[in-house]
Design a binder for this molecule. Structure first.
Ligand code: NAI
Ligand code: ENO
Length: 309
């Protein structure tokens, strides 16, 4: 157990991400008090049953009072509502951060409400699963995974160092980039794959000549991989699509163009074009494996943080 980095952490939203942070904070002893807050009474009760915090508040305003670190882990579309609720009650000098999958929109929603005497530092841990809710979280989720900060100009270096140290304690590797670039990168590596998965599973579900039971019975592992992504939380992914609209539409336009090329090559029997593309993409997979980034979701991070070397 480490010495506490914070007297009091407030967790606003206690789903997969919030509850995984809570579990790590508890296991590592990173805070003396952890106040958990979420919108629904049922979820808050479940968080208490799971002993995820030391105090539980339905009101986000009450939860952030006296907190040195506030972590907002709600669907990105709820960011402004949360910012409005907490802003008047934040402790001077507090660090306020988030974990949202899109960054420019979260900044636009939250920054205008943040008082000058707090440090607002947007963040995004690149770790998760298709599951949601407080039962879905687990210790070690962030171990060995990237956490990207998109700090605003003029961010206090000390506050940024403290937040880096916090995520470092959870085992994350840290990067910084500007929010628009973050949103483009994530559009291609995360948002598009989910949209493609939702689409292909929807297409399979709509077929008339192949029945749903055949799709289920004969689903090869390629299709099964898509169904895992397509089982991700609908609220979260609706919000990602609506709040990273421009970058996603740009990547979808590129994707459609490339798909048309592929379609044409298949139609005209241009095997060399297919072979060349499939060779190029195989190299990307090799590079990911060589870079040690080939963590499979069902297994990653499930070891205890205590077992960390
Ligand atoms: N699921 C994943 O794999 C990852 C998700 N993220 C981001 O983390 C954030 C949270 O995602 P999850 O934990 O997966 O979602 P989740 O659905 O498991 O949990 C969301 C939590 O937010 C609460 N909530 C919703 N609206 C609220 C509001 N207006 N006020 C207070 N609480 C509210 C819900 O009650 C729940 O506790 C999202 O912004 C998502 O984009 C980031 C990395 C990975
Ligand atoms: O389940 C998966 O494969 C994921 O990709 C999880 C994930 C979802 C959203 C994020 O912003 C980051 C990670």
């Amino acid at each position: 157990m480490m010495t506490a980095m914070f007297d009091r952490i407030a967790l606003i939203g206690i789903g997969l991400i919030g509850s995984s942070i809570a579990r790590d904070v508890k296991e590592l002893g990173l805070a003396r008090d952890v106040v958990v807050s979420t919108r629904s009474a049922d979820t808050l009760k479940r968080a208490e049953e799971l002993a995820l915090g030391t105090a539980y508040e339905l009101s986000a305003a009450d939860a952030v009072r006296d907190a040195d670190l506030v972590i907002v882990s709600v669907p990105v579309g709820a960011s402004e509502a949360v910012a409005r609720q907490i802003a008047p009650h934040l402790k001077p000098g507090a660090i306020v951060t988030d974990v949202g999958s899109t960054k420019a929109s979260v900044i636009a929603q939250m920054a205008p409400h943040m008082p000058d005497n707090v440090h607002f530092i947007p963040g995004h841990p690149l770790a998760g699963t298709e599951k949601s809710g407080p039962d879905a979280g687990f210790t070690g989720l962030f171990q060995g995974r990237w956490c990207i900060f998109t700090p605003l100009p003029g961010t206090d270096a000390g506050a940024l160092a403290t937040l880096r140290a916090f995520w470092g304690a959870l085992g994350s590797k840290i990067d910084e980039m500007d929010p628009e670039h973050h949103d483009k990168v994530l559009a291609i590596v995360s948002h598009l794959p989910h949209i493609i998965a939702y689409n292909i599973v929807g297409t399979a579900d709509d077929l008339e000549t192949v029945t749903q039971s055949e799709v289920i019975k004969y689903s090869a592992s390629g299709f099964r991989d898509f169904t895992r992504l397509a089982a991700s939380d609908p609220t979260m992914w609706r919000d990602v699509c609506l709040h990273n609209k421009d970058a996603i539409l740009e990547m979808l336009a590129r994707f459609s163009e490339d798909l048309a090329y592929l379609q044409r090559a298949i139609r005209w029997g241009e095997g060399d074009k297919l072979f060349d593309l499939f060779t190029r993409t195989r190299a990307i997979r090799r590079s990911i494996i060589e870079a040690g980034q080939d963590v499979d979701v069902p297994d990653f991070g499930r070891h205890s943080l205590e077992k960390k070397a």
